[in-house]
Ligand binder design. Structure first.
Ligand code: ADP
Ligand code: ADP
Length: 219
């Protein structure tokens, strides 16, 4: 059994197909890429796994627990970075992060280490941050409570190449500690750099799951 097991997962919106019969499995300690163009169903898959939206049919487990019934328990051990992060602009970064940390009883030290690592000025107001810096706030939030599984929805948008490099290093360090990473993107080259295996989704359907070596050979 994998860390994430998805079976025939389907989500139909009122007027749109979200995803249809998506099946895949992510092993412990793996960096698993999820790639597809805009509108392919990446966010729908992720938001279903996190129980923000309900599946129409099919099922999935994370850590062997049911995504719908055990959502609360699952979330305690998952770090999630949404594709778009929305914050109260008026707040200072440090206050927002301290607030997030308080839910998990995370030490200030972990918070400051992560911010420093990403070169994030925690004393700025959110409204004064660029898109890339807001993304960093989201990355710190996702990593704060030392989750066993990271689910990152298009995490690199807005990061400059140097910061992307630092971010990838950070992810590789997390993986060394045994963290499993689920990483969605519409950019194949960045997935190739980082991931062990990749699933390709198109128009709501999973069309391929490959190791990176295989993918590179055939495309
Ligand atoms: P991706 O994350 O790969 O860009 P999405 O999962 O956001 O793709 O979207 C997959 C499909 O589901 C698209 O056709 C999109 O328009 C549709 N969709 C996503 N969210 C909603 C929603 N809340 N209501 C209706 N349709 C949606
Ligand atoms: P992303 O794929 O990066 O999440 P989207 O633009 O697809 O970005 O979605 C942004 C938000 O709008 C999400 O909450 C998504 O569920 C919702 N959404 C996307 N497409 C539709 C749609 N056709 N109708 C209603 N809501 C949608």
């Amino acid at each position: 059994m994998g860390i994430v097991d998805v079976k025939q997962l389907t989500k139909m919106y009122k007027n749109n197909r979200g995803i249809e019969r998506v099946t895949f499995s992510i092993e412990e300690g793996e960096i698993f890429g999820f790639i597809g163009p805009n509108g392919a169903g990446k966010s729908t898959t992720i938001r279903t796994l996190l129980n923000f939206i309900y599946p129409t049919s099919g099922s999935a487990t994370i850590f062997g627990k049911d995504i719908v019934k055990d959502a609360k328990e699952i979330r305690r051990h998952v770090g999630y970075l949404p594709s778009e992060v929305h914050y109260y602009d008026d707040m200072k970064v440090i206050d927002l992060l301290t607030y997030s940390a308080s839910f998990y009883k995370v030490s200030d030290r972990r918070l400051k280490q992560l911010a420093e690592r990403l070169d994030l000025d925690i004393y700025k107001k959110i409204e004064d941050l660029s898109f890339g810096n807001r993304k960093k706030v989201g990355i710190v939030q996702a990593l704060l409570h030392e989750p066993k599984l990271l689910i990152l929805d298009e995490p690199t948008g807005g990061l400059d190449p140097l910061m992307q490099h630092t971010f990838f290093e950070l992810l590789l360090e997390e993986r060394k500690k045994g963290v499993t990473i689920f990483f969605s993107s519409h950019i194949l080259s960045e997935v190739q750099k980082l991931c062990d295996r990749v699933a390709i989704i198109k128009e709501g359907k999973l069309i391929q799951v490959e190791t990176i070596e295989h993918l590179t050979k055939n495309h």
